[in-house]
Design a protein around this ligand. Structure first.
Ligand code: FMN
Length: 190
């Protein structure tokens, strides 16, 4: 089904950038699965806050709940050369991580880009993807798909495959991404 996509990628005409933050490795693993299946550059965002097991909930969780931005590396993320962005975060206190808040602010060249976002969480993503979509729309990007991956989803692989299919579909010439509703609506797996 995705032969055209692979051919397209091999011609180097669709460039995917996968931008993510991961504290304990779950989001990194998903980002690497997407890269392995779809190609694309992996850009890991590092927080200079260096949370420990003792500080990640009281400090990191509090900063996330307030919508704060961490100092990050890289400090500027230039996506001018990317055709499709995939951006992933863990959920902290029902919101994006302070590192991903900062990464969204650090994007340059993102106007007009299509974006697929995903969030990994224990069980409840809360406002995470809404906040990311608003930040991306403020930068002129359009979110075409959003996927929440709970611990259970990751265990059974279902939504992970759906996320990979969404990225493949979004990057492929001639493939329409699946839509959940009206044309132009953001796709979210059921
Ligand atoms: C500070 C903190 C806050 C969290 N808040 C939530 C939450 O609000 N809802 C939820 O379902 N999981 C929450 N989690 C669980 C993480 O979202 C989940 O384990 C995630 O997949 C971890 O991704 P990572 O390994 O890439 O860091 C929280 C974890 C941490 C460390």
């Amino acid at each position: 089904m995705y032969a055209g996509f692979r051919q397209h990628l091999s011609e180097d005409t669709v460039k995917i950038c996968i931008i993510y933050y991961s504290y304990s490795g779950v989001t990194r693993d998903i980002a690497e699965q997407i890269s392995a299946a779809c190609g694309g550059d992996l850009i890991e965002v590092k927080s200079r806050k260096h949370y420990t097991k003792l500080t990640v909930y009281p400090v990191g969780g509090m900063r996330a709940s307030r919508g704060e931005h961490d100092p990050i590396d890289p400090g500027v993320i230039d996506v001018t050369d990317c055709d499709l962005l995939v951006i992933g975060t863990p959920v902290w206190a029902f919101k994006p991580t302070p590192a991903i808040n900062a990464a969204l602010a650090a994007l340059t060249g993102s106007a007009g880009k299509r974006v697929v976002t995903f969030a990994t969480c224990g069980s409840q993503a809360g406002e995470t993807l809404d906040i990311m979509r608003n930040a991306l729309e403020e930068k002129g990007a359009s979110v075409i798909g959003e996927v929440v991956l709970t611990r259970r989803d990751i265990g059974n692989g279902k939504n992970v495959q759906e996320l990979i299919g969404l990225v493949k579909g979004a990057g492929a010439p001639g493939f329409n991404i699946p839509r959940s509703g009206d044309p132009g609506s953001v796709y979210r797996p059921a």
